[in-house]
Design a protein around this ligand. Structure first.
Ligand SMILES: C[C@@H]1N[C@H](CN)[C@@H](O)[C@H](O)[C@@H]1O
Length: 448
């Protein structure tokens, strides 16, 4: 999932600019993986990317959106599952079985806004090559001509923007099994690099830009090597075209080049990228991005865990792109909906410590795990997010903070007494981590 060889023949300096401020200020986005793979919706909940060795991962892939690949592998339980449930039906039957009969884009967008998200990134073409819009060159292998028979990209873009959120598009530039076959299923990241595929993909992304003006261009795996050049269908011209069309647009770092607006990590994979000034961790609520009917609460983040993960990411300077995998009918599974609703309720009361916040200088205070404390800051306020209740002592020692004037974002005063090298807080019972704000004296604030 990370960038491959870098082509230093391209000079990116003319495209380099500060990351548009809306992106790091957003802090929470919703990822949506919805496709033909949502019909079988089956994978083994093996574990998080970055914690499972590749040999195990390939045959026991927890990503339900990789179903078509996993069932190619002799000995993979998914292959046995497919035979038992679907017989020898080809994967493309799932496109025709995907009806989206309950899809209500406005209801999704409302749920995402209420969850506290500020942007939404929809998968427009995943590794199976099926497009969620009438993508040039895909013939009828898209959701406008088959299955849902709707332009799902257009519908969700309009609904998300009507809720005041930004809309981005994910595109699998690196893998497209419908174009290349599976090359070598035992080497899942072998990817197409020829000029024809590079042109095919470039035409798709240009079409997405021209039709939907996405606020985020989220490429996955890498861009085809033959497309990494200055020519009309090369990556540099593609980004130039994008930025001319979307002035505050941002691109991620999965193009196999040295130009990006932000870095990415995925579950526990590529966490070294989290040292960048602007970065985004992406993961599912469970262990899969596409809907996996096998997953239960034991595999998923509940609201409390989602709050902790989001706050930890923000306290280290990142965004969280949290994925939902809708059912083929277009419903958000109850397990995922509950997490989004709980996350939204917490953010409604405490969002001041997240939206527009940044890491607090470690010179002022640092994270701890016992008690669980993470610190964020705006230019005027330091926030302690404490996952404990009652009498708690946090480590904090800097004269730049008015430790006495502590209060929750909702304004409830919190009793705070300076103690040796720290601060004793008496926290009210809270539904989830408590948040306490301390005015900054203005000399120390979030890291630039
Ligand atoms: C967001 C995730 N990215 C990985 C590649 N790292 C994909 O293989 C996976 O299916 C999902 O789209």
């Amino acid at each position: 999932c990370e960038a491959g060889p870098v082509d230093d023949a391209v000079d990116w300096t003319d495209l380099t600019r500060p990351t548009p401020a809306w992106f790091p200020a957003a802090r929470l986005g919703i990822f949506v993986h919805w496709g033909a793979y949502s019909v079988p919706a089956w994978a083994e909940p093996t574990g998080e990317l970055g914690t499972i060795d590749e040999a195990t991962w390939v045959r026991h892939n927890p990503y339900a959106e990789w179903y078509w690949h996993t069932i190619q592998l002799p000995g993979a339980p998914a292959r046995e599952h497919h035979r038992t449930v679907w017989g020898d039906r080809p994967y493309d039957d799932f496109l025709d079985l995907w009806k989206a009969e309950s899809f209500d884009a406005a209801a999704w967008a409302r749920l995402f806004r209420q969850a506290g998200a500020r942007y939404v990134v929809l998968v427009t073409k995943h590794h199976d090559g099926i497009a969620l819009w009438d993508a040039p060159g895909t013939g009828t292998r898209n959701t406008v001509h088959r299955g849902p028979q709707r332009d799902l990209v257009a519908e969700l873009a309009a609904a998300v923007r009507a809720e005041g959120l930004r809309f981005g598009t994910y595109y699998s530039g690196g893998l497209d099994w419908s174009v290349t076959g599976f090359l070598d299923p035992e080497q899942p990241l072998l990817r197409p690099n020829d000029a024809a595929y590079a042109a095919y993909a470039a035409v798709h992304v240009r079409d997405l830009v021209d039709r939907y003006a996405p606020d985020v261009l989220w490429n996955d795996i890498e861009w085809p090597d033959a497309g990494k050049h200055r020519g009309r269908l090369g990556l540099h011209e593609l980004f130039r075209h994008y930025y001319d069309a979307v002035a505050e647009g941002v691109v991620n770092d999965r193009w196999g080049e040295t130009h990006w607006d932000y870095r990415t990590s995925e579950y526990q994979h590529a966490r070294e990228n989290e040292s960048a000034a602007v970065w985004e961790n992406n993961r599912g609520i469970g262990l899969s991005f596409g809907y996996n009917q096998v997953e239960g609460p034991e595999h998923s983040l509940d609201a409390h865990a989602a709050v902790r993960h989001l706050v930890d990411v923000v306290s280290r300077g990142g965004n969280l792109l949290l994925d939902v995998g809708p059912t083929a009918a277009g419903e958000i599974p109850e397990l995922q909906r509950r997490t989004l609703e709980g996350l939204g309720a917490w953010l409604a009361a405490n969002g001041g410590a997240v939206h527009g916040a940044a890491p607090l200088s470690p010179a002022v205070a640092t994270a701890s795990d016992e008690p669980w404390v993470r610190w964020t800051a705006t230019p005027t306020t330091a926030y302690a997010v404490v996952d404990a209740a009652g009498d708690v002592t946090v480590r904090a020692d800097h004269d730049a903070v008015d430790w006495a004037a502590s209060r929750t974002p909702a304004g409830t005063a919190v009793e705070a007494q300076p103690v040796d090298g720290g601060l004793a807080l008496r926290l009210p019972p809270a539904d989830g981590p408590a948040v306490v704000g301390f005015p900054l004296a203005g000399t120390v604030g979030p890291r630039a």
